[in-house]
Each structure stands twice: as C-alpha cells, then as structure tokens.
Design a protein around this ligand. Structure first.
Ligand SMILES: [Zn+2]
Length: 217
C-alpha cells in the first residue's frame, strides 16, 4: 500500500477530466497501486453523477440527438483491466504508452547510474518520462522551474524527506530542490511528469543544464 498519494484536488480534477493528460495518466497509474484513492475516486464519481442529475434539462436540436444516438453505435471505448495485486505488474496505462514493457524502450544514458526513456502521451505541455536509477545511484541535485510529479513503479528511492516505494505519488512545486537516491537493494524505475526542465545545482553537473530541455509529447 503506497504511503504518498495525490491530494484531493488532484483526484477531483482527474475525475472531472480537467487535469492535463500527462498528469492524469500518472494519477491513473497510481490508482493501480492504491485501494484508498480508488475508493475516493469512485466517491467523487458518484458526487459528479448526482450533480449531473440536478442539471436542468435543455432542449436539443434533432441533429444533435441523431449525432448522440449514432455515437452509441460506435466501438466501445478502450478498457484497461484492473491489476490483480498492487505492485505486481506495470500499470495498464503505462503498458499501453510503452507499447510493451520496460525492456522494449529506448533508454538514453544520462550518467553511469541514470537512464531516461521519454514516452509520448499527446500532451503538448508536459514531459512524460521513465527514469531508471541503478541501485544506490543518485540523480544529481536539482530544482524545478515548474512542477514535478514522480510515481515509483519498481524498487524505491529516498531523499532528504523520506523513503518512497512502488505506488508512491509525489508532487514537488516549482523551486523545491532534491537529490533522489535509489535504495541500495535494487534498481529503481519511476515515472516523472514535468512541465518545465530540471535545473541541476551541483558544480559537477551544472554543465548539463544547457542540454536539458523539456520534451513534451
Ligand atoms: Zn493513493
């Protein structure tokens, strides 16, 4: 069971469909691991449905009615099977975005301990990438020009604030600084969603900054 969750504003925006696509995919992936948030989400959906029923009906044109009825005959929407047990498998939404599994991706080596793979979500405002940190490896100290969501998928990492394991969802605001280190016992794979590039702080890695650009997808 994860210890770090999206807050109620995130879950509400996810249910209402107002969260940017890349962030919403990250929340959906967290739900695969988290019974507690799934329960909150289904409560919010019920609230949404109840509010919808109280909306006063409006007269619609015949053309709109035809279009609506025609849509009912279309293919059913994609359906993602819910995971059997938390942390057992890669979240379905990610499997779909990856077109396979972690091994099928192109990993770009950033340092000896860190490789990144960028995925396409169709969200023009956010970068959506997987980070593979070798056991004990460290992501150089950095801060953010924008917000960052991190979801741990395998293994775990720690920073000055705590330890994080599979399913944990972390949200960092612009300007917060941290240097995550993978746990010593195993490699860590996590998902990162950014709306602006990272800025590396330590003198040894500052040279990387001109090369770090946001890759929205
Ligand atoms: Zn949760």
């Amino acid at each position: 069971m994860p210890h770090y969750h999206p807050d109620i504003d995130f879950l509400t925006a996810h249910v209402a469909g107002t969260l940017p696509l890349a962030q919403s995919a990250c929340v959906a992936a967290h739900l695969n691991y988290c019974h507690e948030c799934r329960r909150t989400v289904s409560g919010l959906q019920e609230v949404g449905a109840a509010l919808f029923e109280r909306v006063a009906p409006e007269v619609v044109s015949e053309q709109l009615l035809d279009m609506t009825l025609a849509r009912l005959d279309e293919e059913p929407p994609l359906h993602f099977a819910r995971q059997q047990a938390a942390g057992e498998k890669t979240p379905a939404i990610l499997q779909r975005l990856m077109n396979g599994d972690f091994a099928d991706l192109v990993w770009k080596k950033v340092t000896r301990k860190l490789a990144i793979s960028y995925l396409r979500t169709g969200d023009p405002g956010h970068e959506f990438a997987l980070y593979h940190i070798r056991a004990g490896g460290r992501i150089p100290l950095h801060d953010h020009c924008g917000d960052e969501i991190t979801l741990v998928l395998q293994g775990g990492f720690s920073d000055a604030d705590g330890d994080y394991h599979a399913g944990d969802f972390l949200f960092r605001r612009s300007g917060e600084e941290h240097a995550p280190t993978a746990l010593q016992s195993e490699d860590c794979i996590c998902l990162g969603v950014l709306d602006a590039p990272l800025r590396f702080r330590g003198w040894a890695h500052r040279w990387m900054n001109p090369f770090v650009q946001l890759r929205p997808g």
